[in-house]
Design a binder for this molecule. Structure first.
Ligand SMILES: Nc1ncnc2c1ncn2[C@@H]1O[C@H](COP(=O)(O)OS(=O)(=O)O)[C@@H](OP(=O)(O)O)[C@H]1O
Ligand SMILES: Nc1ncnc2c1ncn2[C@@H]1O[C@H](COP(=O)(O)OP(=O)(O)O)[C@@H](O)[C@H]1O
Length: 200
């Protein structure tokens, strides 16, 4: 919903394509989605490291971090998660316009919300990466002890326990972190980017 009226789009002289040419690579958002503990943060950090070493300009937007600042007024109701993802969609669009390969690590549990972000971005600029991991394995990892709290009823509406996660139907990539090592998962993402022309 647009509240403001009498606003006019201001164009710049330097374009996204100019910034990409200066950087020597395309820009896009690598949208990691999956359950808590599936490996979104770990994977995004390692993929960023690899890209950075190759001279690619990158930035990570991570759910936990963004919820400390920009989105600190949002909780975990369906409405707040939607607004969380909408804002990150808009921020990632700005970052892609700035010429940066942007990695996002949000559960982003609703298909509709992820598709809304996809629509915001241009062709080939939104790479949905389903970080797939069974609930059992996520719960076994429980890196922050949150599943334990959710099972004990100390956290209500926890994704996978008493809140939904809608798996992507047609993601660009599925990384099965309960079937391969972190190194293999990183390589899988890098290979996809190479094969699809993102790194040149
Ligand atoms: N109720 C509930 N459900 C899911 N997750 C919860 C909840 N409460 C707190 N947390 C912690 O918040 C992190 C998820 O934030 P996100 O912004 O990625 O969530 S969402 O995309 O808006 O659904 C998530 O981080 P990750 O474990 O990295 O996914 C949790 O640490
Ligand atoms: N193939 C893999 N890819 C990513 N993480 C993995 C993999 N195998 C095991 N892990 C482990 O799973 C955990 C994932 O935690 P985290 O990255 O915080 O998940 P999320 O950000 O999805 O909540 C980490 O402890 C990580 O070391």
């Amino acid at each position: 919903m647009m509240k403001a009226t009498n606003i006019v789009w201001q164009n710049s002289i330097v374009t996204k394509e100019d910034r990409q040419a200066l950087n020597g690579h395309k820009s896009a958002v690598l949208w990691f989605t999956g359950l808590s503990g599936a490996g979104k943060s770990t994977l995004s950090v390692e993929v960023e490291k690899e890209l950075h070493q190759r001279g690619i300009r990158t930035y990570i937007l991570d759910g936990d971090n963004i919820r400390h600042g920009l989105n600190k007024n949002l909780g975990f109701s369906a409405e707040d998660r939607k607004e969380n993802i909408r804002r990150i969609g808009e921020v990632s669009k700005l970052m892609v316009d700035a010429g940066i390969v942007t990695l996002t690590a949000f559960i982003s549990p609703y298909r509709e919300d992820r598709n809304m972000v996809r629509q915001l971005h241009g062709e080939k600029e939104f790479v949905e990466i389903y970080v797939k991991c069974s609930l059992e394995e996520c719960e076994r990892r429980d890196p922050k002890g949150l599943y334990k709290k959710a099972r004990a009823g100390e956290i209500k509406g926890f994704t996978g326990i008493d809140d939904p996660y809608e798996a992507p139907e047609n993601p660009e990539l599925i990384v099965e972190t309960d079937k391969q090592t972190l190194k293999q998962s990183v390589q899988q993402v890098i290979t996809y980017l190479e094969k699809n022309g993102y790194l040149n």
